[in-house]
Ligand binder design. Structure first.
Ligand SMILES: CC(C)(COP(=O)(O)OP(=O)(O)OC[C@H]1O[C@@H](n2cnc3c(N)ncnc32)[C@H](O)[C@@H]1OP(=O)(O)O)[C@@H](O)C(=O)NCCC(=O)NCCS
Length: 160
């Protein structure tokens, strides 16, 4: 558990939190992950953390670390709380977790139809490194993904 100021707390997601996670997911995405995908991410011990204010979950991220690379699988803020800086805060927490555990590169994919998320990632320093044709399911078929990367420096690690 990590206090982030302003009454915000970052906590590892527990199985008992998955209903709240999935409720946000279903409202935030036209094609949401299933409950089972989140459950599996917990089972394999991916980095699954949620942002809370009091007893209200505001968002979450799911990431995977492999050797010196961190891969973002999902980041999401409750639609009622978007554009308040919380997505950026969550991303910074994920990047800090990655760099402080020895990762030297952060990777993610983003839908071509998601300019808001692309703007957030660019603001954090991510650059486009590739393109995955038909990577994402849509309600009508498939959609391309943009691959983005950010080099992480050891100095980004927290002091303690
Ligand atoms: C993408 C997402 C996580 C951003 O979270 P957020 O809390 O709304 O974003 P923030 O308030 O931290 O935004 C920080 C900056 O990112 C950029 N940004 C974020 N959302 C944006 C949008 N919809 N349009 C344009 N720029 C946006 C802006 O530069 C913004 O700064 P500003 O508000 O001062 O202009 C959130 O919109 C979300 O959960 N969307 C649904 C799920 C999703 O698409 N996840 C990403 C999958 S790759």
């Amino acid at each position: 558990m990590r206090a982030l100021g302003n009454g915000l707390v970052l906590k590892a997601i527990a199985k008992s939190d998955l209903d709240a996670v999935h409720a946000i997911e279903r409202r935030a995405y036209p094609v949401p992950w299933t409950y089972g995908v989140f459950f599996d991410c917990l089972v394999v011990r991916y980095d699954c953390q949620a942002l809370w204010r009091g007893d209200r979950m505001l968002g979450y991220f799911v990431g995977q670390r492999v050797l010196d690379e961190a891969h973002l699988l999902n980041v999401c803020i409750d639609p009622d709380y978007q554009r308040q800086g919380l997505g950026e805060l969550l991303m910074q927490e994920w990047l800090q977790l990655a760099s402080s555990s020895g990762c030297r590169r952060a990777l993610l994919e983003v839908r071509v139809s998601n300019p808001g998320a692309q703007a957030l990632y660019q603001r954090l320093g991510f650059e486009r490194i590739g393109y995955r044709k038909g990577y994402y399911p849509t309600l009508e078929g498939r959609e391309d993904g943009i691959v983005m990367a950010l080099s992480l420096s050891p100095s980004q690690a927290p002091a303690s």
